[in-house]
Design a protein around this ligand. Structure first.
Ligand SMILES: Cc1cc2nc3c(=O)[nH]c(=O)nc-3n(C[C@H](O)[C@H](O)[C@H](O)COP(=O)(O)O)c2cc1C
Length: 310
């Protein structure tokens, strides 16, 4: 495509200025550097790092991933080294990636309001390079915090109201696939700058020969193409309910999947499980998205956000 026909692809995700709408979903992309051998990660609009808590978390026992029809299930449980070690291990790379033009969004995890606040304070102190913070109130694989807090408007707004005064950086919230309209409104009122819709959906897979769960826990988070149309509907509902920008996540495997999210109201999109099946998928999806925008006869991708006609 020539410079003259190339559409403008830059978007603003709640104050995070992305060169294009392609982000990566937390937990499916390591901390970014693992993908440098496949392509130039700096080409992406943003990456989102794995959920990280104030103190290290071990995560759940193995097995914690299994293939299922149309996708996969995981029960990783937010295993992470804690903010301090995370920054020691990856801070230099991520600061440099930010300078290369790819926005780095750091995901924050906690079991309680106090733990979310502590983790945000540590990111403020130790990771000044991060373009924004994403608060994960929707992990289906931890006993406290996660889904338990993000599935009600009250729980969700309590977390965001507590962390909001601790940072001036853009604050995204990773939403659970439950009560999306009510929770989105509560998050907007509590001071979120953008919403990430959605996390994996609680689900179950049983080995009928052993009569045991295929994961070490009875349930896990379902992700992949099987999720796509549910996530799409939730992005559309959230977009109609609030004026916050939205990052659409769920089963993206192609530029057309990404385009559907944009038409439903997403400003940006995250590639998730597909990174695990096809490590070089994100730049391919970006190329396909650019072709689609050009095919629509518009000069700027922003003209297509929410442009679905129902
Ligand atoms: C192995 C694995 C680990 C994940 N870890 C996280 C995580 O740390 N934080 C989070 O918010 N979501 C996590 N997710 C959910 C993804 O970010 C994403 O919301 C979900 O997989 C749906 O997108 P997809 O269908 O494109 O995979 C994880 C998903 C997978 C498959």
């Amino acid at each position: 495509m020539s410079e003259a026909t190339m559409p403008a692809m830059a978007v603003d995700l709640g104050g995070i200025k992305m060169g294009n709408p392609i982000n990566t979903a937390s937990g499916t992309y390591g901390q970014g550097w693992q993908f440098e051998g496949f392509y130039d990660v700096g080409l992406l609009g943003a990456i989102t790092t794995k959920g990280c808590s104030a103190e290290p978390w071990e995560g759940n026992p193995q097995p914690r991933m299994t293939d299922v029809f149309g996708g996969m299930m995981n029960s990783v449980g937010l295993q992470n080294p804690g903010v301090r070690s995370f920054v020691e291990e990856c801070g230099e790379y991520l600061a440099h990636l930010q300078e290369r033009g790819c926005q780095v969004i750091c995901q924050v995890a906690g079991h309680s309001v106090g733990e979310y606040v502590r983790a945000v304070e540590l990111f403020e102190e130790l990771a000044p390079w991060a373009a924004g913070l994403e608060i994960n109130i929707s992990c289906p694989n931890i006993a406290q915090g996660g889904c338990a807090m993000g599935s009600t408007p009250e729980g969700a707004s309590e977390v965001i109201a507590a962390v909001r005064p601790r940072t001036k950086r853009p604050l995204l919230v990773k939403m659970a696939p439950e009560r999306v309209v009510e929770v989105a409104r509560a998050l907007e009122a509590a001071g979120a700058d953008a919403l990430t819709v959605i996390n994996s959906i609680p689900a179950m897979a049983i080995d009928v020969h052993t009569r045991r769960s295929k994961l070490s826990r009875p349930t896990g988070g379902l992700s992949g193409p099987v999720l796509h149309n549910i996530a799409l509907r939730m992005v559309w509902e959230a977009h109609r309910a609030v004026s916050l920008p939205i990052c659409g996540v769920g089963g993206i495997t192609s530029g057309e999947d990404a385009a559907e999210f944009i038409l439903a109201g997403a400003t940006a999109v995250s590639v998730g499980s597909q990174n695990l099946f096809e490590p070089a998928s994100a730049p391919r999806i970006l190329d396909e998205l650019v072709d689609w925008v050009a095919s629509q006869g518009v000069r700027d991708v922003n003209e297509l956000i929410g442009a679905v006609e129902c």
